[in-house]
Design a protein around this ligand. Sequence first.
Ligand code: ADP
Ligand code: MG
Length: 371
Amino acid sequence: MIVFDQVSKTYPDGTVAVDSLSLEAPQGEITVLVGPSGCGKTTSMRMINRLIDPTSGSITMDGEDTSGIDKVELRRRIGYVIQNAGLFPHRTVVDNVGALPRLLGTKKSPARERAMELLELVGLDESLAQRYPWQLSGGQQQRVGVARALATDPPFLLMDEPFSAVDPIVRAQLQQEFLRLQERIGKTIVLVTHDIDEALILGDQIAVLRQGGHLAQVASPEVLLRDPADAFVANFVGRSRGYRSLGFTGADEHTPILQTASAVLGEAAEALRFRPDGWLVAVDAQRRPIGWAHRDQVGAALQDSAINHAGSTASLGAPLRDFLDAALSSPNGDGIVTDAEGALLGVVSTDDVVAAIRRAKGAAAATRAAS
Ligand code: ADP
Ligand code: MG
């Protein structure tokens, strides 16, 4: 755990970058610092590995005051990833990853071995090991940056706008990959971003900072969306908060998933059994839903041309937002629900999704009242 206790930073020119910040980054979780440009995110982060010294207050790591820890030892314990990866341009990928262990005295061949393992861990092919950074895409460079930060197997990881320099599609991939990686490595991570959507995707806990280095709110993504502390946070978190908060709540066990009529694409019309409202779910040979088909549209056999492709589907464990979307995008108000393999499980009605949303809100309000 990393703990900020009333940490402030005033730069020599009088700029107050961070003002009495108290914050805990729990063990094994991702804490995101988010806020507009200039609000003190980078300064806060760099005070953890002492690239910047606080003006007052203290930062402890697992109870130990960082001001008493030797800086080289600190770098060994804290991995650091920055925007654009910050790789050494004249070193190969494998040497970039092995650089810090080498500096700390690891012999060349074990350092290389470890570097190759790390490249695999972050999803890079070994054929890239001998390339130079400029011979890689932005996303690949970023993965090398993460591998390098993990080279000493540090318990802590600091990441400053790690995905901001890559294009949106690659960024989304890197974010998902990073979450999968964290499931395996379980580091205590502090990540800085100015992008609230990235914060909501990655953060177990999100600290919203505003100008002057003031902490506006610390909360889980769900609470931040549902219950912003003030107008600044509400504004920063942005539009459609209510709808977006449904992305963090699952349907409860009282949400009925009902059987529905279905048929495999290509089946003859005589064999088809429709629901009373005239619809059935068309599925493929693996019973994966293709879409709804209506009796009036089906000719001699169930053909693709008869299928309504507008509806989305929700898998059983998906958040309520997916259930709601499946129900609202269905031509008959029933959302298609699949199992983990994507096979048809049943349907959920719009009314039942709305009821589940009401229950979730009720439960959240009760928790709030009790705390
Ligand atoms: P963020 O990462 O949130 O964009 P920073 O921590 O980089 O914010 O900066 C916080 C404030 O401190 C800004 O007003 C910035 O201009 C100022 N600042 C950052 N570094 C210095 C410095 N070395 N000297 C003076 N002011 C600085
Ligand atoms: Mg910054």
